[in-house]
Design a protein around this ligand. Structure first.
Ligand code: 1CP
Length: 354
């Protein structure tokens, strides 16, 4: 299947945008930048718009999700919007009892641990177009408002979703998930296959509705050894990416603590690798054989440092990123909620003029 004729990558609105050019390994005239978690609590307009609405309800209200996506684009002059949603939204759409507790994160009504638990997930079947309608509608509204600025669609990788499903809530070391993959590999495989398809359908719906790039977040993959990643996570991340592999759209793969996993994460089907703040981009480029565009990797901690310190760091990230065949400047992880939004605006301007 190909993208519809009205898609921004097809009708030309975003085809030669700075973001898509850099993701394709080119050097656009304007160096592109956006910030992971650029929507959210650091913005007063976000806090005002979200007041009184639960997080997942906001994600499933198309006008609100669209507005929250657009806010940081208007404010910071960044080169992309990232769809306002969450990695657990497809779980909710599939009928899983999950809420996002303020200050905590995703919390499930009951953890998924046994073969019976996983079988019940499979009973719900694939996501229907009807279930995905709030996503399709929100993306459509957003893309119409963004014009020539690309929208990035995203989803959670199966391992990171499983880290929540098996534990039932956020955890530090994702022990329950890492135990299950070894203690009961068949149940693990069935769970990961389900998660890959649900998250892949969620990603595909965003791309078909107008997203110009697709990012898979495997935020917690860094808790795995390379061997466990390759055996127990990578095959299902590849399966998630296959849901968009027939569509001509660039794919990005990001995780934290993944310095040892970068090549494996590229090889599951990503065009671009997102690098966290722990590894300099020139070294990431070397590990990836100099043939993969990179995204990253300003240390979020430095957003709160004095401007000269932050400026020197941003310039260093830009210089090291120049080694890669394409570079989209970003943070090495999400915007901390206490961040002064004016600092983000200033970083975006610096990236554009440097
Ligand atoms: O602007 C944007 O980036 C868009 C919005 C976005 C994205 C890309 C949200 C909204 N969530 C995500 C992805 C996401 N969600 C990830 C991957 C990216 C990352 O590592 O940061 C993960 C791990 C989650 C799970 C999640 N959802 C957490 C982390 C919990 C943990 O284990 O530590 C949290 C706190 C949430 C809630 C959430 N998601 C998004 C927002 C704005 C919020 C805060 C909710 C609120 O303000 O009430």
């Amino acid at each position: 299947m190909s993208l519809p004729p009205t898609h921004p990558l097809v009708d030309g609105r975003t085809t030669h945008s700075a973001l898509v050019t850099a993701y394709s390994g080119g050097r656009p005239a304007r160096r592109p930048v956006w910030f992971m978690r650029q929507a959210g609590r650091s913005l007063p307009e976000y806090r005002a718009a979200r007041a009184g609405t639960a997080m997942l309800d906001a994600c499933l209200t198309p006008e609100l999700a669209s507005e929250l996506t657009l806010q940081p684009v208007r404010r910071h002059d960044v080169d992309a919007g990232i769809f306002f949603s969450d990695i657990v939204v497809p779980l909710r759409l599939a009928g899983v009892d999950v809420v996002i507790e303020p200050g905590v994160g995703p919390v499930l009504g009951s953890a998924v641990r046994t073969a019976d638990d996983v079988a019940r997930l499979h009973d719900a079947g694939p996501l229907t177009a009807e279930a995905l309608a709030p996503i399709t509608e929100a993306v459509g509204l957003t893309v119409a408002a963004l014009g020539s600025t690309p929208l990035i669609g995203f989803a959670g990788a199966p391992f990171t979703l499983a880290a929540y499903l098996v534990e039932g809530r956020p955890s530090r070391d994702h022990l329950a998930a890492r135990t299950l993959m070894h203690a009961d590999p068949d149940t693990w495989a069935a769970l990961m296959a389900w998660a890959a398809d649900v998250t892949g359908e969620f990603l595909r719906a965003q791309v078909l509705a107008g997203a110009s790039a697709a990012q898979l977040f495997d935020s917690w993959a860094g808790s795995l050894s390379l061997a466990d990643y390759e055996t127990h996570a990578a095959p299902w991340s590849a399966r998630a990416f296959r849901h968009v592999s027939d569509l001509d759209v660039r794919t990005v793969h990001f995780g934290t603590g993944t310095s040892e996993l970068l090549v494996a994460m590229r090889d599951v089907g990503a065009d671009v690798v997102g690098v966290d703040y722990r590894l300099p981009l020139d070294e990431a480029n070397r590990r990836l054989g100099g043939r993969t565009p990179l995204q990253g990797n300003i240390d979020p901690a430095l957003l709160a440092a004095p401007w000269p310190v932050l400026e020197a760091h941003v310039r260093d990230v830009i210089a090291r990123g120049a080694h890669a065949p394409g570079h989209v400047v970003n943070l090495g992880h999400g915007v901390p909620p206490e961040t002064d939004p004016d600092v983000l605006t200033r970083v975006a301007a610096l990236v554009h003029e440097a």
